[in-house]
Design a protein around this ligand. Sequence first.
Ligand SMILES: Cc1cc2nc3c(=O)[nH]c(=O)nc-3n(C[C@H](O)[C@H](O)[C@H](O)COP(=O)(O)OP(=O)(O)OC[C@H]3O[C@@H](n4cnc5c(N)ncnc54)[C@H](O)[C@@H]3O)c2cc1C
Length: 528
Amino acid sequence: MEGVVCAWLRNDLRLHDNSVLHQAAAVASRKNLRVLPVYVFDPRYFQRTRYGTLRTGALRGLFLLQSVLALKRQLRRVGSDLLIKVGRPEKVLPALLEPHADTYVLTQQEVTSAELTIDGGVRRALDDRCQWQYCWGSTLFHKDDIGCASGLDNVPEYFNQFVKCVWSGQTRSSSAAQVDIPRVAQLVRPCLPDLAPGSLPLPEAHDLGFEPGWRDLPYAEELPEPASCKEFFGGEALALERLSDYVWKTDFQYTLHSDRLKHFGEYYASKLGPWIAHGCLSPRKVFEEVRRFESDSPGAPHTQRLAVELTWRDFFRFLSGKHGNSIFRQGGLKGYKRNWKQDVRLFNLWSEGRTGYPLVDACMRELQSTGLPSNQARLNAASFLACSMSFDWRRGADWFESHLLDYDVTSNWGNWVRCAGLTEGRLDSFNVVKQSQKLDPDGVYLKRWLPELEQVAAPLIHEPWLMTAEEASELGASAYPAPCIDPTFFEGRHGPRQGAARIPPERYKLDEKELSRAARAAHFSSSV
Ligand SMILES: Cc1cc2nc3c(=O)[nH]c(=O)nc-3n(C[C@H](O)[C@H](O)[C@H](O)COP(=O)(O)OP(=O)(O)OC[C@H]3O[C@@H](n4cnc5c(N)ncnc54)[C@H](O)[C@@H]3O)c2cc1C
């Protein structure tokens, strides 16, 4: 009987900067063992959620499949391979591994409950002699370097505080906008060196021939395979290509932060999300490229912005680690109580892009079609559901989980719980009408996703309810839905403003005004 080092790969589907593979190679060389890289398609991630949505929608399922197969090819290039299995890891892994004191299971440490529960199941099912090792690898800043001396319990609740804490020494700069890249670079650990050929010697007696296709994914139902998208194809190679193009071959240098606030265009943002979320690209690799660019063009605003965005990602991951299950609870991190609406009809209007509010509808249709709406579009759609419709935000997060191509558990649920005003007692409520006018003045984005409004010119396209029936008919816009909540909601001094507001605690107790507002909205929607 022989021991082995099992590198159980999950959201780290890459060779570069992969802490699990690196530690596996180190343990193997120290103990003179072989390394078995394994990926397991777990049926639980392909089931329907309690709301009836597919936990992994078809677009992301395909991207994941492509990423896993790409990793198998990459590993073969360095003399290794990937054993791919379908089943529950707590059944699959113990069946693969000999009970032996020299059997090691290494995996990336996750922070959320579903993953931790599965880990617990695997550890219980493994023979007591097997050794379990977590590796940290999913963030820009290592968890031991974030300046929170006693672990994640001390992670600050506010992003700006987090920035101060992480970029320690930068305490004078409380604004996340002022990033000193060379200084931050001293705080980010360098990418791990490339794996030496032969450093992952394979054990014998494993059938490594299985290369799953679409039908092998453990969906409980027949699901047609979506068309593959050339631009967003899973795997490390394309991720690195996109990173390099974005930084070096475009006008990255001149892309200003204000451009990021647009919803469209090839390079308004990096669009690296799907690869980062699946671990085909490490955040440190992105930062390394930013750093190289920055040394040629110091102070470029967009490089700074990218560093801030990656720090946001870290923030949600560490905050989720601190708060455990709270990011999934209705009351969020603070346990606030609010009377969230649950009417399925209202939710369907939102999720199908038929609210009658063009910016929200364009975002939701783009989400269904590509899985990748812009950050601004997401913020508006989330704010509309949670703040304007007062609808149970968890259904929105669940819908995004199913449909986003770049779904990442802590980024999604963290952003949602924050959009719903349930994190730090602050509400970023968006006026979707003003946002639409400001960010897409000519209605280019709206027309791209709303064919019913193709002939409607700006500024009317932002408020299509102002058209008379005749006008709508002339412009071929009659099929566009009436607004599901009263547009006066966005007017006057009570209308939500773009920007942050401190939430008075009573906001979360139902008061009469809130109720009548909600009733008005519901009534209006029933006539849609
Ligand atoms: C309601 C809602 C849900 C979201 N769900 C997700 C999600 O599931 N996965 C996800 O990666 N992002 C999520 N985001 C954040 C953000 O919208 C996306 O990261 C961004 O739009 C991806 O585009 P990009 O790759 O071009 O990012 P860029 O703007 O180029 O940023 C680079 C990378 O930084 C990270 N990042 C940027 N902004 C954020 C942010 N606010 N929070 C966390 N990470 C960020 C991402 O990894 C992103 O790919 C969500 C935002 C909202 C408002």
